[in-house]
Design a binder for this molecule. Structure first.
Ligand SMILES: O=C(O)CCC(=O)C(=O)O
Ligand SMILES: [Fe+2]
Length: 240
């Protein structure tokens, strides 16, 4: 049985170097974040996870539909659905990807006993919270939102800054859960300047923890039709 005690951060990380980089640049990448054993376990759990919802928006309304419900729709519906997504995306904020919002499931007592719920508990216990507080230099961090995401070919998340109407977000964290991403597959996490130019782009990297201050303009670029596998991540926000 998988439990939060199986989730182990690599004890050899040099956190003070990363804290300095985060302070200076507003973002940082920390490779080999979990021990190899933990990373492998999480990789397998996420790869084989059956609970996914298609998350998408229509202007300022946010929707989720179960993967099964979407798959059960006729082909014509799917084509028109994606066509409408791309049409809106040409002029307004848009996203479409799969997710399992673990924190929400835990709070609503849904799918109790799902092994991935351990991620929510782990991220809200001392190991990760203390590490984030010291890395970010923000002692006001109190709790973490946790979800997993899966971007399949055609999925993307356009420019936004992570501001939330109710949550006071300090930093976003993302941990890549797909191995050997090919740079030609799209799906880069990009940080944008005022003109929309790319200041920095992170390729999806297995077991690398990305941290970035909120608010900050960023996007997940379209995963290309030729992507050989989905872009999976374990991610969320540290909230004050
Ligand atoms: O998946 C990523 O790299 C970032 C996702 C993101 O920006 C978000 O979900 O708000
Ligand atoms: Fe974001």
């Amino acid at each position: 049985m998988f439990s939060r005690a199986d989730i182990q951060i690599n004890p050899e990380l040099n956190l003070s170097d990363y804290a300095a980089l985060l302070k200076e640049n507003g973002r940082v990448q920390i490779p080999n974040f979990f021990t190899d054993e933990t990373a492998e376990t999480l990789h397998n759990l996420i790869k084989t996870n059956q609970t996914w919802n298609l998350a998408y928006n229509e202007y300022d309304q946010f929707f989720e539909s179960t993967k099964q419900d979407f798959e059960d729709t006729p082909a014509e519906f799917k084509t028109n659905f994606m066509k409408a997504i791309y049409e809106r995306a040409s002029s307004t904020f848009q996203y479409v990807f799969m997710q399992y919002y673990i924190t929400q499931a835990v709070k609503n007592r849904e799918e109790m006993g799902h092994p991935l719920h351990e991620l929510h508990h782990w991220a809200n216990e001392d190991d990760f919270l203390s590490l984030l507080k010291s890395l970010v230099g923000d002692s006001a961090i109190r709790w973490c939102d946790v979800f997993i995401s899966r971007y399949e070919p055609g999925h993307f998340l356009s420019k936004h800054d992570d501001t939330h109407p109710k949550h006071d977000r300090s930093v976003a964290y993302t941990i890549g859960m797909t191995k050997e991403w090919n740079p030609n597959w799209g799906g880069h996490l990009v940080f944008l300047d005022k003109k929309g130019g790319i200041k920095e782009g992170f390729i999806p990297e297995f077991n690398t923890l990305n941290l970035f201050h909120n608010p900050q303009d960023h996007a997940v670029q379209l995963v290309a039709p030729n992507a050989g596998k989905p872009r999976d991540s374990f991610l969320g926000w540290a909230n004050r």
